[in-house]
Design a protein around this ligand. Structure first.
Ligand SMILES: CC(C)(COP(=O)(O)OP(=O)(O)OC[C@H]1O[C@@H](n2cnc3c(N)ncnc32)[C@H](O)[C@@H]1OP(=O)(O)O)[C@@H](O)C(=O)NCCC(=O)NCCS
Length: 177
């Protein structure tokens, strides 16, 4: 059995105040905006926690419906797609791990959960890619490490097509690729 659990953020249960990832904006989002964004259907937020610690947040990520302008995607990606101005996508708006857990590949567990959830969602409603807006160059390289491609017009924005996610064969049980 996995030592970690992924579940939807429950503001009454999870201790958002204790979360600290090293990036103030990402901490503040969880503490001050997450609750409202969930209730207003702007984003859904999922947390990673240790099995034996129900309230402590190890990491979190957010997902929202999104669209991408077709002209921003490379020709090899769009060449077989209908020429709509925009294409449906999923935004991985934020992803962060508590500082005490950095460097242990738990970011991979969070990302694998976000991508496998996105794949499941794309079985219900069309979405041809997952997009991320990385906070900085270091974060952008983290996503590149897992196969994301940069947009030429915004190098800290990256995407991974659903077709590529499907090929990754994410192992839900271990939370790894
Ligand atoms: C970015 C973050 C999620 C990384 O998670 P992590 O579990 O600490 O990542 P790890 O250091 O264990 O690395 C996991 C893998 O990603 C790779 N990786 C991590 N950061 C990388 C980087 N900047 N460039 C290239 N590869 C990177 C590692 O080499 C490792 O791969 P390997 O096992 O093949 O060697 C985490 O550090 C974090 O939450 N930082 C603060 C918030 C943030 O920057 N979020 C980014 C989204 S905006």
């Amino acid at each position: 059995m996995s030592a970690y659990v992924n579940e939807p953020l429950d503001p009454d249960k999870h201790d958002r105040a204790a979360f600290s990832c090293g990036n103030e904006a990402l901490d503040r989002y969880l503490k001050e905006r997450a609750n409202q964004e969930i209730s207003k259907d702007i984003a859904k937020i999922y947390v990673l926690r240790r099995q034996e610690s129900p309230t402590t947040i190890v990491g979190y990520y957010s997902l929202s419906a999104y669209s991408v302008e077709t002209m921003r995607l490379p020709e090899q990606v769009v060449k077989k797609l209908p020429r709509y101005n925009q294409l449906p996508a999923i935004l991985l708006g934020r992803l962060a791990l508590h500082v005490s857990y950095h460097g242990q590949k738990l970011g991979e567990i969070l990302l694998a959960d976000a991508l496998s959830r996105s794949l499941r969602i794309s079985g219900e409603i069309g979405a041809m890619a997952v997009l991320v807006d990385a906070k900085d160059e270091r974060a952008a390289r983290f996503y590149e490490h897992y196969g994301f491609c940069r947009f030429h017009d915004a190098p800290h924005s990256l995407f991974l097509t659903m077709a590529e996610i499907r090929k990754l064969g994410i192992n839900k049980g271990s939370g790894s690729f």
